[in-house]
Write a protein that binds this ligand. Structure first.
Ligand SMILES: N[C@H](CCC[C@H](N)C(=O)O)C(=O)O
Length: 276
């Protein structure tokens, strides 16, 4: 069949977005990997499916697949593109859009300046729910990697993140340590590995080696997880500018019991169609 899609990105974290409200298709993990290929396919970090809601109080359901074909629980940059997509396609005229994901509900708000604000829900810190193997919950954990101990934070935004603080993201060993942390045995469902440099209490720089993809130009849930990790260590203010290789996000977290709020852009690149 001919499948219509829109190519989009959030700060260079790029997506194939498919309207599954007015069309219907089932894609196997192998087909997703083929479509994600940047030479033989369309090329993307994640595939986003826009589906009708499963509950009457929600507007849509949001499914996310990494380039390796794995289905995952949450994608922050994708959520902003989701909002832009459903508004541009006139699938809704609402300014506040309620969306079901695999791990909870999120709310998307289209701002007057075109940015999108996402209520990402509360961070998940209970190791059992991340999941992360440890005998007790803590603000940081010592992770043994290649015979040395790394101090990390373990945070879930619906999807698992390890956050490592570094002095300088430009020289951080993302290529070397990212893959090792990402598949560490203490993260039974693997994880996204964030490398965070704290510039000042209101600004961090971040690079993320993403589960199922590798290093991306930006990671929305990674930005949220990094701010939560820095706040829990008493090193960051409530609202933080997170600068990633692809651009900057504004993240606000008032503390435990509050949701993480993320604001940033969403960009449409082109409309396409492909045979599947
Ligand atoms: N790779 C992530 C999913 C996409 C997250 C990222 N693209 C974002 O913007 O949050 C995972 O496997 O949990």
């Amino acid at each position: 069949m001919l499948l219509r899609f829109t190519k989009m990105h959030g700060l260079g974290n790029d997506f194939m977005v498919v309207d599954m409200v007015t069309q219907s298709v089932r894609l196997s993990p192998e087909q997703i990997r083929d479509l994600a290929d940047r030479r033989f396919g369309i090329g993307f970090d994640q595939l986003l499916l826009v589906e009708p809601p499963g509950r009457p109080d929600m507007d849509f359901r949001y499914r996310i697949f990494n380039a390796d074909g794995s289905e995952v629980e949450q994608c922050g940059n994708g959520a902003r593109c989701f909002a832009r997509f459903v508004r541009d396609k006139k699938l809704t005229v609402k300014e506040l859009i309620r969306v079901e994901t695999a791990r909870g509900d999120i709310e998307l708000r289209v701002e007057k300046n075109g940015d999108i604000t996402v209520n990402m829900g509360e961070p998940i810190l209970d190791p059992w729910d991340i999941p992360f193997k440890t005998d007790r919950q803590s603000i940081t954990y010592n992770l043994e990697v290649d015979g040395r101990e790394l101090e990390i934070a373990a945070v879930s935004m619906g999807n698992p993140h390890a956050v490592l603080q570094v002095d300088d993201v430009d020289s951080a060993p993302v290529e070397k340590l990212g893959p090792v942390i990402h598949r560490h045995i203490r993260f039974p469902e693997r994880c996204n590995a964030g490398f965070m440099e704290i510039v000042n209490p209101a600004e961090i720089r971040l690079r993320v080696y993403e589960r199922g993809v590798g290093e991306t130009l930006a990671c929305g849930t990674g930005a949220c997880a990094a701010v939560v990790a820095g706040r829990l260590r008493g090193m960051l203010e409530e609202t933080v500018t997170v600068t990633l290789p692809g651009g900057s996000l504004s993240i606000t977290w008032k503390g435990e019991g509050y949701p993480v709020m993320m604001t940033g852009p969403a960009t449409r690149v082109y409309e396409g169609q492909t045979r599947v």
